[in-house]
Every structure is written in structure tokens, then in C-alpha cells.
Write a protein that binds this ligand. Structure first.
Ligand code: PGA
Length: 252
């Protein structure tokens, strides 16, 4: 990682976990142990119904609040959906877009991911764009091509000034929630592919876009991962649900 160019981003992804009451309890626990961090941007993406609670609860902790999803239309008859303006109005700064669980269970495609990226950027927030290959794709040897396709599709039509607000998260699907973390060579190679693409689009500025790693990040492996070239931060699922382990990762 090159700290000269990029701030480290430590992002939690709570998925469909934690009630509003549990969110407040988490914040209380964090208050006792959260280090005063200058070296990284810390954020947690929470379920939409708990965003307001989280924003209030995390205020003194200097933890930004993100959303886990958004709908790409501005407004209208889309029962159950939440727009980018609605999130922005609550004080949301980051939105996860294209998480593999959304692609797998909610039929999200590269096309809808791209529309959501535009919606998030147009509303003035930062998309955390998730890409990742399946085990089958890795074993077939098409990881690089697959990741390049996902990144290019997600960023299609995004102008350079807005591209600078994007964050890419590389999350191999086979590493999510499985306890199997990608090896250093795999992480290095795939992050280098993403970096090359970003620099092709943006020149030097491509070096300023953070690329996060996600998939079974734990306190025990966080230090090694964050030490790798082009790993500018971590996207953490399970281990972000516990204040103690989340803080251990921030310290790492
Ligand atoms: P995990 O999830 O850390 O529980 O593997 C990561 C993610 O899905 O973002």
C-alpha cells in the first residue's frame, strides 16, 4: 500500500445483522475501546432501517455510516426501495454497490450495478463497488478477465471527476464468510489488475482510488493483508459485528 497517495479505509459490512438496540449497544462498547485514529477512515455499512440510529450512535466515535444497497431510480413507484437522495439526506457517506450476495440472491447484474454507481455519485456519496470471482472462475483461470469486466462495467460512463470518489472492494466469493482468506499472491495479483485498469482510465489519479480487500478478514490476518501492495483497506463482514474484533482490525 502506498500511504502517500491514499488514506486507509476500514469498512464494516453488517449485512442483515444487528437491530437498532444492538447498534446502540455496539456504539457503547466501542466508546470504551476505540482508538483515536488519524491514519484511517473508519465506516460501518448498516441495514437501511438502522442508518439514523447508527449515525446518532457513532457520531462521537468518528465512524462514518454507510448503506448496504440503494435503488438507482430517483423516486417513484418502487415499493420497498430506498433512493440515493434518501440515504444522502440521512447523512450517509458511503454505499456498498454490487456485493456478491446481492448479485447472487437479488439478481443484481453488471448493468444494475453501473446504474447504482451513477445514482450514488450523482447524490454526492461514495460507492464501494464490490467485485469478485467464484471458485470455479478462479480454478478455470479467468479471474483477471472477470474482475476487469466487473470493474469496467461498474464504472461505465462515469466521468473522471466522479471516478475519484469511488472505492473498489475485491472480495473473492469463495472467501466470503467461509474462513478461507485469499493468499497474498492472489490478492496482490488481483489488486494489481484493478489498479492497472484505474490508471488506464485516470492516469496518475488512478493511484488515488482505494482498493479494499474483503473476505474472511479477521484480527489475525488483517495486518498481513493491509501490508500488501495496493491493499488500501479492508471490507469486513462477520468480524465487524463484535466491537473488540473490529477495533483489533483497526489497530492492525
Ligand atoms: P466476511 O464478509 O468478512 O464475513 O467474509 C465480507 C463481506 O461480505 O463483505
Amino acid at each position: 500500500m502506498n500511504r502517500r497517495y491514499r488514506k486507509t479505509v476500514i469498512a464494516g459490512n453488517w449485512k442483515m445483522n444487528m437491530t437498532a438496540t444492538e447498534t446502540k449497544k455496539f456504539a457503547e462498547d466501542m466508546k470504551k475501546i476505540m482508538p483515536r485514529v488519524k491514519w484511517c477512515e473508519t465506516l460501518i455499512c448498516v441495514p437501511a432501517c438502522n442508518i439514523s440510529t447508527a449515525i446518532k450512535a457513532f457520531k462521537d466515535l468518528r465512524i462514518s455510516v454507510g448503506a448496504e444497497n440503494v435503488y438507482f431510480e430517483e423516486k417513484g413507484a418502487y415499493t420497498g426501495e430506498v433512493s440515493a437522495d434518501m440515504l444522502k439526506d440521512l447523512g450517509v457517506k458511503y454505499v456498498i454497490v454490487g456485493h456478491s450476495e446481492r448479485r447472487q440472491y437479488f439478481c443484481e447484474t453488471d448493468t444494475t450495478v453501473n446504474k447504482k454507481v451513477h445514482a450514488v455519485l450523482n447524490a454526492g456519496m461514495n460507492p464501494i463497488i464490490c467485485v469478485g470471482e467464484s471458485l470455479e472462475q478462479r480454478e478455470t483461470g479467468i479471474t483477471d478477465e472477470w474482475i476487469a469486466l466487473q470493474v469496467k462495467s461498474a464504472l461505465y460512463g462515469v466521468p473522471a471527476d466522479k471516478l475519484r470518489r469511488c472505492i473498489i472492494a475485491y472480495e473473492p466469493i469463495w472467501a466470503i464468510g467461509t474462513g478461507k482468506v485469499a493468499g497474498p499472491d492472489e490478492v496482490l495479483a488481483t489488486h494489481a489488475v484493478v489498479r492497472r485498469l484505474l490508471c488506464e482510465r485516470l492516469g496518475e489519479t488512478g493511484n488515488r482510488i482505494p482498493i479494499l480487500y474483503g473476505g474472511s478478514v479477521k484480527p489475525a490476518n488483517a495486518g498481513n493483508l493491509i501490508g500488501l501492495d495496493n491493499v488500501d483497506g479492508l471490507l469486513i463482514g462477520g468480524a465487524s459485528l463484535d466491537a473488540q474484533s473490529f477495533v483489533q482490525i483497526i489497530r492492525a
